[in-house]
Design a protein around this ligand. Sequence first.
Ligand SMILES: Nc1ncnc2c1ncn2[C@@H]1O[C@H](COP(=O)(O)OP(=O)(O)OP(=O)(O)O)[C@@H](O)[C@H]1O
Ligand SMILES: [Mg+2]
Length: 228
Amino acid sequence: MQIIGVAGRKGGSGKSTLAVHLAAELTTRGESVVLVDCDPQGSAAHWAEPGHLPMPVQHMPLEQGANVSKWSHAIRRISAHYLVLDSPPHLDAALGGIIGLADLAVVPCGPSGLDLVATAETVSLIREIRDARGDGKPQILLVPNRVDRRTASSRELQAALREMGEAVAVEIGARTAFSDAFNAGVWVGKYAPGSPAHLEMRAFADEVLRCLTLEESRYGKKKRVVGA
Ligand SMILES: Nc1ncnc2c1ncn2[C@@H]1O[C@H](COP(=O)(O)OP(=O)(O)OP(=O)(O)O)[C@@H](O)[C@H]1O
Ligand SMILES: [Mg+2]
């Protein structure tokens, strides 16, 4: 099982949007995927309520003061090839629980200065947890989200994220199809198949798979050296 944690300290950065679409896109490729909504707000669980998302969604909220190790054990018992965890904002203990399990941490970031500050804080928190784990995980994938190429801040977002020294994904545009799909209880692959929003989510899923494959081959090499 590979675990992808979609995380970030800032509210409204696009965590649930990316988590739902990544899980949906991987499911339509024939993979076994479970989306776990770890946010007490339950946005992804609410999105799934009408029953029109292609993958199962479980609500396992990480509340303030939750027993993180009990929660982690319950997560590890879920059976799926890919587990996508949607995390709450503002709760560092929850972020710690999710990053402690993840093979890959996906961090969406909007174009404002405040988004960049929150992303830098999130990256340093993830690095601390990665150092404490000692297995080199999770890898980090920063995702420029809500990009509007007409604005300077959006055009500069890629470069600002690259300076953080982690992998940066292709941009996701500011597109009403995402909120419209949410309101309709579906994902963009169903709401607007072949639309720019759908194609961007496909490219994002490709990038996630590329990161996980790289991670696996790096880990495999390490294991071979140790066993040699
Ligand atoms: N690329 C985008 N283009 C347009 N709207 C977007 C985009 N990404 C997210 N949104 C919208 O922004 C709002 C917040 O997104 P979302 O709920 O995914 O953020 P979040 O990080 O999960 O928020 P929270 O921190 O509250 O959990 C939603 O209305 C969503 O539809
Ligand atoms: Mg959310």
